[in-house]
Design a protein around this ligand. Structure first.
Ligand SMILES: C[S@@+](CC[C@H](N)C(=O)[O-])C[C@H]1O[C@@H](n2cnc3c(N)ncnc32)[C@H](O)[C@@H]1O
Length: 279
């Protein structure tokens, strides 16, 4: 384990320590999301960018928890009901608890997970968290370049491409700009999947509410630089060629809700999610 990983591991759940290779002069989506989830691995620059958002989007922080809930239910479905044993989690972030491999391993400790993120702080955090885990790995790659994810040596080692696998795109496609072709990204993943594989996607939604445009500007201009709110039609295209699992593409909180899903989240109409199966 490197010095930065050791220092970050020491910081998990406590006061953050700045690993030497982390840029704290610019806000990071991963660290801002960590702040929204009540984590400690964030800095003032990240919190200011979140404030720029909540000035427009007051009371919206629970959206981060709602998204984690959707992802947890999705992973439980994929492993528990669909029988998937291999997961590629793109834009995985650095939550201190309830990570995809933890949710999956509650159901089957043999599930393989490849975490992917572009942010070096996520890599340091994940390597510290996964130090003793031989079913789960992490790579640094850009979601806009899915071939680099599929061809990475760790992915090739952990994923058997002849067997069904799932690609998780939770809270990540909205961080790709239109010229990075998020629909094309999903197509590349789907093309590599054998029949019986799954794609999960959840992202910001523009459901014809003018506040979505304001929130999008706050994301893009407020420091993070990314954060597109896309229409239902744009979301639907992510699932082209797939059979949507019930109840289809919905507000994320309406997707197979369980006893933990809030019924009254005021911003739930700004977030859509779905899971599709390759026939
Ligand atoms: C909102 S968080 C979502 C975390 C997690 N998937 C979830 O749903 O809770 C977005 C994550 O995507 C990462 N990210 C942003 N742009 C990315 C890109 N182009 N390629 C890979 N990861 C990216 C960020 O670093 C961050 O960790």
């Amino acid at each position: 384990m490197s010095e930065s990983e050791r220092r970050l591991q020491d910081s998990v759940g406590e006061t953050p320590v700045v690993p030497p290779d982390i840029d704290t002069t610019r806000p990071s989506v991963a660290r801002g999301y960590d702040f929204a989830l009540g984590g400690k691995n964030n800095f003032e620059i990240d919190r200011l960018a979140v404030d720029a958002l909540t000035n427009v989007f007051a009371g919206a922080l629970p959206l981060a928890r709602d998204n984690r809930g959707f992802l947890r239910r999705g992973v439980r479905y994929l492993v528990g009901e669909a029988g998937i044993r291999q997961l590629i989690d793109v834009g995985s972030g650095l939550p201190s608890a309830g990570n995809v491999h933890e949710v999956a391993h509650e159901l089957d400790p043999a599930v393989h997970v490849v975490y992917v993120d572009v942010d070096p702080i996520v890599l340091a955090h994940a390597r510290a968290l996964l130090a003793d885990n031989n079913t789960t790995t992490v790579i640094q790659a850009n979601a806009a370049d899915p071939v680099s994810i599929l061809e990475a040596p760790e992915t090739q080692e952990f994923i058997d491409f002849d067997k069904p696998f799932a690609v998780l795109l939770s809270g990540i496609l909205h961080h790709l700009n239109d010229d990075q072709d998020p629909v094309g990204v999903t197509r590349t993943f789907k093309d590599r999947m054998p029949s019986g594989s799954y794609l999960l996607a959840s992202n910001f939604l523009d459901d014809d509410d003018p506040r979505a445009k304001a929130a999008e500007r706050a994301f893009i201009d407020g420091g993070f630089g990314t954060g597109r709110f896309r229409t239902w039609d744009e979301h639907r295209r992510y699932f082209d060629g797939l059979e949507l699992v019930e109840p289809g593409l919905t507000y994320a909180n309406d997707w197979q809700p369980d006893g933990h899903t809030p019924g009254d989240s005021p911003w739930h109409t700004f977030y859509a999610g779905g899971v599709g199966r390759k026939p």
